[in-house]
Design a protein around this ligand. Sequence first.
Ligand code: GLU
Length: 470
Amino acid sequence: MSRGSFFESVSHYFNRAAAFSDVDKGLIDQVRCCNSTYRMRFPVKRDDGSIVVVEAFRAEHSHHRLPTKGGIRFSPDVTIDETIALAALMTYKCALVGVPFGGAKGGVCIDPRTESEGFLERVTRRYTAELIRKNFIGPDIDVPAPDYGTGEREMAWIADTYKNLKINSADTYACVTGKPISMHGIPGRRQATGLGVYYGIRACLEHQEDMQPLGLTTGVAGKRIIVQGLGNVGYYAAWYLQNEGQAIITGIIEREGGIYNTNGLNVDAVFNHRKAEGTILNFPGAQNFTNGMELLEHECDILVPAALENQITSENGARIQAKIVAEAANGPVDFEGEAILSERGILMIPDMYLNAGGVTVSYFEWLKNRAGVSFDRMLSRHEELVKRELVEAVEQLIGAKFPGDQLPRLIHGPSEEEIVIAALEQSMTKAYNSLHRVWKERKLPDLRTAGFLLALERVAESYRHHGIFP
Ligand code: GLU
């Protein structure tokens, strides 16, 4: 399938789910379509003084809740269709995990790997200025975040540009999320998407009745996993699966190829190897796959595509040997690939649910910026005092004292990161349970249909109360 039809693929999934709903046809059309897009071209100077025209986009898919929310992608291949498809997925994922935002996405057609830092900064600031000019950014309007090819550094430039070009109100920093901690970011945001992927896989693997037909036992421990992508999402997903879940990461795929070791690969060691050598290949003890796509088809329990869309298609769907495909990226399985995997009984954990951890923690960052106070500031000491009282009461009752080295762990008040991570865990687990319930109770073909249906009904419900003028 050509990349140009990513939105068609998302719409196909949406339509299939919509057939199970009794939502008004007109409302279904409204939920599906993209509300507004801004396509821009602007000149930017390269370091040598030459001028290059940069093409960029921002799509706001749904305004049923404000602000709209979604990352900005820097990639030479990004298109308006892809940006709209990703914005639509943002609408559905927010609805699914109960984040009260509409969906949006941005795309800038540049290659961050070959451009200088100075050029990237000029592009980011100019892009932000364009968004401000057209009212496509603001704490109550549209709030960008990192995506493929962007990170904390770019979010800091966006926040700084916004702050300097707009009135510097108390909640200015809520104009963008995924910022560095030193610039009003939130601890836990960096690992949030990958950690959410781990929580999502863990929640799925708890259901014995779903594991049995796949020939799998419950629980993450001991599962053999191949991960595609060692960027922010793939790295943290692999890290938590290995270190918290005790899974065996047998394969890791990057753009230059893949590596495989049946006994498992240490994720941190692979990460450091790639940093030092500039390639994932030739990792000690591992087998090289110069064509990474071949490793995607290798035997494993769980395949985690955590890179880009359209990785599993009609071309390779029949050769995928995983029992579960956990969609950490957005749109890694196109609808033709999906039909083949479904037919073959492979369970897919859909992207719109599985990678929602990033936007969930973005929501916490936005709340913190709006409130102007960190989550632990008001609570931590109080909780410590309450726990201390409880510990003292227990000590009195049992007539013995807790060992001194146990005490600090028992009574400490939570850090902001602990609060954020606990809330993320709850949100991912709760969302899986609703998804699973809808899948089973309404006898839907799969989790993805359940996800789209649930999201459609929630978005439609909020339209019922506002957003339609008589
Ligand atoms: N780009 C991420 C996503 O696709 C995060 C979006 C956000 O935090 O707003 O979900």
